[in-house]
Design a protein around this ligand. Sequence first.
Ligand SMILES: [Zn+2]
Ligand SMILES: [Zn+2]
Length: 324
Amino acid sequence: MDKPSHLSVVIDLSLTQWTLCAQSTNPPGITLQDFLSQLLAFLNAHIACKDENTLAVFGAFPGQSVMLYSSTGEVTTTTAESTDANTYRPFRTLDSTIMSSIAERLDSYDGMTEEAPIGLVGCLTKALCYINRTITTALSSSQGGEGAAASVDPRILVLSVSPDQSSTYIPIMNSIFSAQKLKVTIDVGKIFGAENVFLQQAAHLTGGAYVQVERADALLQYMMMSFLPAPAIRQLISVPTQDRVDFRAACFCHKRIVEIGFVCSVCLSIFCQPVPVCSTCRTKFPMKTLQRLRDARPLAAPPGNAPPRPPVQKNGTTTPARPG
Ligand SMILES: [Zn+2]
Ligand SMILES: [Zn+2]
């Protein structure tokens, strides 16, 4: 419990979504400025908790993913820091580095062209690589032993305002598997918008907390209560857990979120309808099986015309029919 902990924060910086969030009245939203000031207080709290605590911050901008800050000093500001007797120096360095790099990048968007999807997957992958490289390898080389990785208790916090991009299903699932292997906990704070199916699954599968923020003006309190305690301490305090997890997956053929999927029995690729040949592993399925599966399909609404949310299971995954 007295171990240092590493936190990687992924911030969703989609300008369109933040504008919608600021204009939202029900539930009341917050502006990007308010969000950032609450976030900085939270990040300062994390590095103040323990001297050895480490922090990395990644920005998911439209179409790109950028490392904004790391406590190992990989990102440095060009602005000269003035000394201030009333501010703890690490806080000041953190605040000015993050704010100046966000401002610099957001200024380059003109708002005229349509916004590209945010680089969430890029940020997740970079965060995992960062944890693997600097935290795990540095520790195992200095302590030279098993269990070194576990002593850092690494975790990733995703603060999201954008909806799911179904095209990112496969890379997000791969990130989840890597996180499980590295024993990284993924926490998700959903500040604005509908629930994210994929991020819910990420939190559920890595033992993290998924928190749908209902009062965005009290965001700092949500973050302090749910995301500040390291995973090891969470057994002692009550961190919000999910009572419902949406386990739907996206089909590999159209990248659409499906409720009933057909899974290749060889490579586990998911399809929205029975296919004669798996597009991933080229396995051929007998016509008889295809016909049987087509006949067994329930008379659901045509794909694309999504019916209301399905009942979701508490534990376990949806079990799609398997051809072959
Ligand atoms: Zn499909
Ligand atoms: Zn296959």
